[in-house]
Design a protein around this ligand. Structure first.
Ligand code: NAI
Ligand code: UGA
Length: 437
C-alpha cells in the first residue's frame, strides 16, 4: 500500500465498527481522532485496551496510538480540525418497533455540524434506512448555513471476528455522494485500498444506504433459506448437510452462508432485516415486507426447534434438568452477545425450569451483564458437570474439537443437541450419546 496524502480524519462512535475504522484509518497513514460519549470506553482505548474481543484489532490499535497517528477523546470540540468525519454510532432496533433508532446518528450529525465551518465532509458509516443521508445533509446545511460542510454515505460491510482484514482489504467500497468534491475526498482517504484493486461503486445517497441493508438481508435470506430446507429435510428424512454441500458447488449459489442450524443473530443481521421490512411496509410494499419478514420468522423458529430437540431428549420437559449450554456469543471469534441465538435458547431453557450453566471462550462477561440470571462456568467441563443435556449453541472451534470420552464421565446423562451441526454424529452415538442436530 502506498501512503496516501496524510489527512486528518475523525471517527465518531468507537464501538465494534468505529474502533476498527479508526485503527484502520491510522494504519492507512492518516491522523485520526476518535470520539465517543462513553468515557469508560475512551479511557480503555487511550490505554491501548480494547473494550471488546476482536482478533488482531488490539495490535492495530496499539500501533496507531504508539505511532502518534491515533488518539481518543470524549469531546466533539477536539474534532473540529479534521477534514473528514466518519459517523459510526449505533443504529439499534427502536424500542417497541422494527425500525432503526436513528437518534444517535442525528445527535452525531448535529454535534459535528455545530462545530464545523468547513470545508469538511461528514461521512455516515452507520447502517441506516434510505432517506437518512438526505435528511442529515439538510440538517447540516441548516445548522452550518451553507454548503461548505458536505455529507456522504459510505456503508461498512465488515464482519465481527474479521474486522481488521475487512477494514484494510474490503470486498468493495460504496460511496454515496452528491458532489465530485465528496467523491474526491473519499477516494483520497481510501487511496491505498483502492490502489490494491478494491472496486469502488459510486452512487447516490439512497442507493448507498440500500446496498448495505440489501447485503445483510441477502445473507440473512440465504441462512433462512437453508434452514427452511432443513425443515423439509427433517420431514422427509433427507440430510441437509450433503444437500447444502451439493448446492454450494454451484457457482451461482456458492457454499458460504448455507450453514443450517440455530440461525443468525448479532447486532446487525436481525435488526437490519427488520428495519428493511419495516421500511418496505411504510412504503406500501406489502409483499416485499412479507417476504423479508418471513426470513426473520424462519430464523426465530430455529431457536424454538433447538429448544424442542432438547426437551424431547429430556423426556418432554426441562423442569428440574441440569443443562450445559456451550456458547453465548452470537457466533465464534467475538464476545458480542447482542441478539445472540445461543443466549436466547439458554434463557428459554431456564425459563422452562432447567438450571442452565453457560460456558463461552470469551463472551461470559458480556453474557452475564445481559442475563445475570444464568450461571456461568469458566470451562467446558465445569459447565458440563452433572448435566442431563448439553446444548451446543455457538460454533467455536473449541467445541468442534470436543471429545465424547472427556465429556462422558462428567455428565449425568449423555444427551447432546448440536445446534450448529458442528460435531460428527457417529462419534457421539458410538460413545453412547443420544445425539440430535
Ligand atoms: N458491528 C459491526 O460489525 C458492524 C456495524 N455496522 C453498523 O455500524 C453502526 C455501529 O455499530 P457497532 O459499532 O456495532 O455499535 P456499538 O454499539 O458497538 O458502537 C456504537 C458506539 O457509538 C457511541 N455513541 C452513541 N452515541 C454517540 C454520540 N452521539 N457521539 C459519539 N458516540 C456515540 C456509543 O457509545 C458506542 O460506543 C451500526 O449502524 C451498525 O449497524 C456496520 C457494519 C459492521
Ligand atoms: O452489518 C453488519 O454489522 C455486518 O453483519 C454481518 O456480519 P456479522 O454480524 O459480524 O456476522 P456474520 O458472520 O454475518 O454472521 C451472522 C450470523 O449468521 C449466522 N450464520 C452465518 C453463516 C451460516 O451459514 N449460518 C449462520 O447461521 C452466524 O452464526 C451469526 O449468528 C455481515 O456478514 C457483515 O458483512 C456486515 O457488515
Amino acid at each position: 500500500m502506498s501512503a496516501p496524502e496524510r489527512l486528518t480524519v475523525s471517527v465518531v462512535g468507537t464501538g465494534y465498527l468505529g474502533t476498527a475504522h479508526a485503527a484502520g484509518m491510522a494504519q492507512l497513514g492518516h491522523d485520526v481522532v476518535a470520539m465517543d460519549v462513553d468515557a469508560e470506553k475512551i479511557a480503555l482505548l487511550s490505554a491501548c485496551e480494547l473494550p471488546f474481543f476482536e482478533p488482531g484489532l488490539g495490535a492495530l490499535l496499539r500501533k496507531g496510538v504508539e505511532s502518534g497517528r491515533l488518539r481518543f477523546t470524549t469531546s466533539y470540540d477536539d474534532l473540529a480540525g479534521a477534514g473528514a468525519h466518519f459517523v459510526c454510532v449505533g443504529t439499534p432496533q427502536a424500542p417497541g418497533s422494527c425500525a432503526a433508532d436513528l437518534r444517535w446518528v442525528e445527535a452525531a450529525f448535529g454535534e459535528l455540524a455545530a462545530r464545523l465551518t468547513g470545508p469538511a465532509l461528514i461521512v455516515g458509516k452507520s447502517t441506516v434506512p434510505a432517506g437518512t443521508a438526505r435528511r442529515m445533509a439538510e440538517t447540516v446545511r441548516r445548522i452550518t448555513g451553507g454548503d461548505r460542510v458536505e455529507v456522504a454515505w459510505n456503508p461498512e460491510f465488515l464482519r465481527e471476528g474479521h474486522a481488521v482484514e475487512d477494514t484494510l482489504r474490503p470486498d468493495r467500497l460504496v460511496f454515496g455522494v452528491e458532489t465530485p468534491r465528496a467523491e474526491k475526498v473519499l477516494r483520497e482517504v481510501y487511496r491505498p485500498v483502492i490502489e490494491e484493486g478494491c472496486p469502488v461503486v459510486v452512487a447516490d445517497y439512497a442507493t448507498a444506504e440500500l446496498v448495505k441493508v440489501s447485503a445483510n438481508a441477502f445473507l440473512a435470506m440465504k441462512i433462512s433459506f437453508i434452514n427452511a430446507i432443513a425443515q423439509v429435510c427433517e420431514a422427509t428424512g433427507a440430510a441437509v448437510l450433503p444437500l447444502a454441500e451439493a448446492l454450494g458447488y454451484d457457482d451461482r449459489i456458492g457454499p458460504r452462508f448455507l450453514g443450517p442450524g440455530l440461525g443468525f443473530g448479532g447486532g446487525c443481521l436481525p435488526k437490519d432485516i427488520r428495519a428493511l421490512y419495516s421500511c418496505a411496509g411504510d412504503l406500501g410494499l406489502d409483499e416485499v415486507a412479507a417476504f423479508l419478514r418471513q426470513v426473520d420468522v424462519i430464523n426465530l423458529g430455529r431457536r424454538d426447534r433447538v429448544l424442542a430437540l432438547g426437551r424431547d431428549l429430556l423426556g418432554g420437559s426441562y423442569a428440574g434438568a441440569r443443562v450445559c449450554a456451550l456458547g453465548a456469543a452470537f457466533k465464534p471469534n467475538t464476545d458480542d452477545v447482542r441478539d445472540s441465538p445461543a443466549l436466547a435458547v439458554a434463557s428459554a431453557a431456564q425459563a422452562e425450569g432447567a438450571r442452565v450453566v453457560v460456558h463461552d471462550p470469551v463472551a461470559v462477561d458480556g453474557a452475564r451483564r445481559l442475563r445475570p440470571d444464568l450461571v456461568y462456568a469458566d470451562s467446558i467441563l465445569t459447565a458440563a458437570r452433572g448435566a442431563d443435556l448439553v446444548l451446543l449453541l455457538t460454533d467455536w472451534t473449541e467445541f468442534e474439537n470436543l471429545d465424547p470420552a472427556v465429556l462422558s464421565p462428567v455428565v449425568r446423562r449423555r444427551n447432546m443437541v448440536d445446534g450448529r451441526n458442528l460435531l460428527i454424529p457417529a462419534r457421539w452415538r458410538a460413545a453412547g450419546w443420544a445425539y440430535r442436530a
